[in-house]
Ligand binder design. Structure first.
Ligand SMILES: Nc1ncnc2c1ncn2[C@@H]1O[C@H](COP(=O)(O)OP(=O)(O)OP(=O)(O)O)[C@@H](O)[C@H]1O
Ligand SMILES: [Mg+2]
Length: 367
């Protein structure tokens, strides 16, 4: 199968006076697996439906494989879509469901039968061709929906939350299958979800949407290690990044009267971000009280409250008894800084004020 790139050029969407997407520009690379991630109502489905041609755009251009398609009917855009609710015909067999679009398109019967069989084999449903959707499990139904999409040999495959009806174990299995499927068929995949685990594991690139705007568009690694904003930092990671109110005074970063390090960031208030897995328990640093602890077997999530009332989550494999009051370590090399007003990432590093202390913190983190 071939793939095509997608260019969104200042694409806008309003319903009446309500602007859902204010003007979005991005390129989705040919053959990539791109995930559109964001909270409920941010415009993910709207964007996907505009790509598919199921929703008209209010302005801008959409190009698929270099061809302007915003005025092209859905069936002529070279794409296929997989929905959350599968949308299978209950009275048709698996084979009929998969082959329906080909039948409508007038593909000859023998050709159709071969392509249906190939698509079914692709998703390992070859033995189920005569069953009806009601006689299949949720995961199998989802695979029929995928076979029905790929049988048309689209250049672009669009998925809108296709796994959200499945239980956790099945989701994991389907994630692996989708990833392998993508490698085998090579079509450009655009996948909408609000599940950050799906996004992190499936994507070549993640587009994070917030109220119809792109907050960040990058690889899962970039988004995890260099979140572009407070919004992204608080959205990615389980538990998400701790975001604390700090201050820079004459180049020194301070949280709760404790010096965390030296920085070039401008003097004044600043948001300090540290991931729960980088936040240390019982180290030299700000004082806190234990609020709650959860034992997940492999590690614990400990919730603590700093003196200023802000809560932090700490993900730790340390097994020491938890006391009511403790100190927390915020290693300088794990600190992200964000602008308080705009929420934007500040590209300033935090260096240890006291290198000996820093190396002790680091060692503690490696234990
Ligand atoms: N037909 C419509 N008329 C008016 N507003 C609409 C219409 N369809 C969607 N919206 C609004 O557009 C916004 C984006 O909706 P959309 O369905 O794209 O969100 P989403 O990101 O897919 O959310 P979810 O994760 O809940 O599926 C929402 O605020 C929604 O209320
Ligand atoms: Mg949606």
């Amino acid at each position: 199968m071939t793939s095509a790139n997608i260019i969104l050029d200042n694409v806008r969407k309003s319903y009446g006076t309500v602007q859902v997407i204010p003007g979005l520009s991005a390129e989705i690379e040919a053959g990539s697996f791109t995930v559109i991630l964001g909270p409920s109502g941010c415009g993910k489905s709207t964007l996907l439906n505009m790509l598919a041609g199921l929703e008209e755009i209010s302005g801008g251009r959409i190009l698929i494989g270099g061809r302007e398609v915003q005025n092209t009917p859905p069936k002529d855009r070279g794409l296929a879509m997989v929905f959350q609710n599968y949308a299978l015909y209950p009275h048709m067999t698996v084979a009929q469901n998969i082959g329906y679009a080909l039948k409508v398109a007038g593909v000859p019967k023998t050709d159709r039968a071969r392509r249906v069989r190939e698509a079914a084999d692709f998703v390992e449903l070859g033995a189920y061709l005569d069953r009806r959707p009601g006689q299949l499990s949720g995961g199998q139904r989802q695979r029929v929906a995928i076979a029905r999409a790929i049988v048309r040999e689209p250049q672009v495959l669009l998925y809108d939350e296709p796994l959200s009806n499945l239980d956790a174990k099945l989701r994991h299995g389907m994630r692996m299958e989708l990833s392998q499927l993508h490698t085998r068929i090579g079509a450009t995949s655009v996948f909408v979800t609000h599940d950050q685990v799906e996004a992190m594991t499936l994507a070549d690139r993640i587009m994070i949407l917030n109220a119809g705007r792109i907050e960040q568009y990058g690889t899962p690694q970039e988004i995890y290690h260099k979140p572009a904003s407070v919004f992204v930092a608080g959205f990615i990671g389980a538990p998400p990044m701790n975001l604390l109110d700090g201050v820079v005074e004459k180049g020194t970063l301070i949280f709760e009267k404790t010096t965390l390090g030296q920085t070039e960031a401008r003097d004044g208030p600043v948001k300090i971000g540290v991931r729960p897995e980088k936040t240390l328990l019982g180290q030299i640093g700000p004082e806190a009280t234990t609020v709650y602890a959860e034992d997940l077997g492999s590690h614990r999530i400990v919730v603590v409250k700093a003196a200023n009332g802000q809560q932090l989550q700490i993900s730790t494999t340390q097994t020491a008894e938890l006391s009511d009051s403790l100190t927390i370590g915020l290693p300088p090399e794990s600190i992200h800084l964000f602008d308080v007003a705009s929420g934007a990432r500040l590209e300033h590093e935090v260096r240890a004020s006291n290198p000996r202390l820093s190396s002790r913190l680091r060692k503690a983190g490696e234990l």
